[in-house]
Design a protein around this ligand. Structure first.
Ligand code: ADP
Ligand code: MG
Length: 392
């Protein structure tokens, strides 16, 4: 059986399928030919081929990652997927275990969804999961799974989308919500507690025994009271920036040296050296003196507290092209990943006597001063806070 193009009498061509078989005709060996006009079938095939190509192009150029998973391996992946996973080549993914890419926390969840699709107990599944890229980045993705076939076997077609940005925005919104609620609460509560506290403190002073034997209890009570006062004043700070900030032109060098003088004793006791030799002269910012001091106190205190066995805190400040950069660097324990993710949240602390408000207040004040803050930290190596003030 062969396919041929024949010519009609009018010159037009025609696709013919020719079937031939030997036969006997008038006692002679002959050939029996069967001619079938397959023009329309041919035409249909080309249309099909074209539409297949178009479909492939569509998948290949889709912005979303489209892939096929068979037996927990990638068997197909489009261009976007290669980009998403930052793979050098298709070979890095095709034929490889999908769980290499999926974060261990999400593997069980993904496995279950895939099983439901393969067993056809579900027509489609949506899973969110974190994935590792080949450049060791963690991305947050949303995956839609639907059943498909791969060489006759059940497989799963997926559409994967990077929603890291969306997640970040959500987290940011959540955080700013928390911040403003904490700020409102703080202002209210702090005032309410402060007044009775003053009364308690005053009367305690009055009934403080003259004899020595009970003195230690009173000392504990007073030290606990002053701890409450510290927490209250930090809380009040939160509500303050908008209200009583009195902006003026300030010399950063002066502010920082006043702060370090204040913290000198605590630092010395802990065997810590504060190095302020890299602070340029005449760095002027617009701000509230007390609030900016609070920022440096909080950051330097954290630096000091991160080095229980002593060390060095470098405080540097210099003029840059687009502002003034202050850097506070310690050689302390570093900020653990779990804290780093939530840094600046209220009541987030790893210290036995911490309040978890210092950084939140700091971030808040800087925001009100149009400053920016960034933190880099390495466990056991130390932490660096970079603060950028707008140029005056
Ligand atoms: P607190 O000091 O009362 O714990 P902060 O808001 O000042 O509250 O800090 C929150 C947490 O961030 C700290 O408990 C600590 O785990 C971490 N942290 C902040 N600064 C540093 C630093 N320089 N080195 C290590 N950890 C830090
Ligand atoms: Mg602190």
């Amino acid at each position: 059986m062969i396919e041929q193009i024949w010519k009609r009498n009018d010159g037009s061509s025609i696709h013919i399928e020719v079937k031939s078989s030997p036969t006997i005709y008038q006692n002679q060996r002959a050939e029996l030919l069967l001619l079938v006009d397959i023009s329309s079938r041919k035409k249909f095939q080309t249309v099909l081929q074209k539409s297949r190509e178009r479909y492939q192009l569509l998948i290949q150029n889709s912005i979303d990652t489209i892939a096929v998973i068979h037996d927990h391996k990638w068997v197909f992946m489009n261009e976007s997927g290669i980009k998403l996973f930052e793979a050098e080549h298709y070979d890095k993914l095709i034929g490889k275990d999908i769980f290499h890419q999926i974060h261990s926390c999400d593997q069980q969840k993904v496995k279950k969804s895939l099983t439901r699709i393969i067993e056809r107990t579900s027509d489609s599944e949506i899973v969110t999961m974190s994935c590792h890229t080949f450049k060791h980045r963690l991305i947050y993705t949303e995956m839609v799974c639907i059943p498909t076939t791969f060489f006759g076997e059940t497989a799963v077609q997926i559409i994967l989308r990077d929603i890291s940005e969306r997640k970040q925005t959500e987290e940011l919104m959540l955080r700013s919500e928390k911040l403003s609620i904490a700020g409102q609460l703080a202002a209210g509560i702090a005032h309410e507690i402060r007044n009775p506290l003053t009364a308690i403190k005053g009367f305690l002073q009055l009934i403080k025994p003259k004899t020595k034997d009970r003195d230690q209890y009173f000392e504990i009570v007073f030290s606990e009271l002053s701890r409450i006062e510290i927490i209250l004043s930090e809380l009040l700070m939160l509500a303050k920036p908008q209200q009583t900030a009195s902006m003026q032109t300030l010399d950063l060098k002066k502010i920082i040296s006043e702060v370090t003088a204040l913290l000198e004793t605590q630092a010395n006791l802990n065997g810590i050296l504060m190095n302020t030799s890299d602070i340029e002269e005449d760095l002027l910012v617009n701000g509230d003196q007390n609030q900016l001091k609070q920022v440096f106190i909080n950051l330097i205190k954290n630096a000091v507290e991160s080095m229980p066995d002593g060390g060095k805190v470098d405080i540097m400040a210099k003029a840059e092209r687009d502002g003034i950069l202050v850097t506070i660097r310690d050689e302390g324990v570093g900020i653990p990943e779990s804290v780093m993710k939530r840094i600046g949240e209220p009541f987030l602390t790893t210290k036995e006597k911490g309040t978890g408000l210092g950084l939140m207040v700091t971030f808040n004040i800087l925001e009100n001063h149009n400053g920016r803050i960034r933190v880099d930290s390495q466990p056991e190596k130390g932490t660096v806070f970079h603060i950028m003030f707008p140029a005056k």
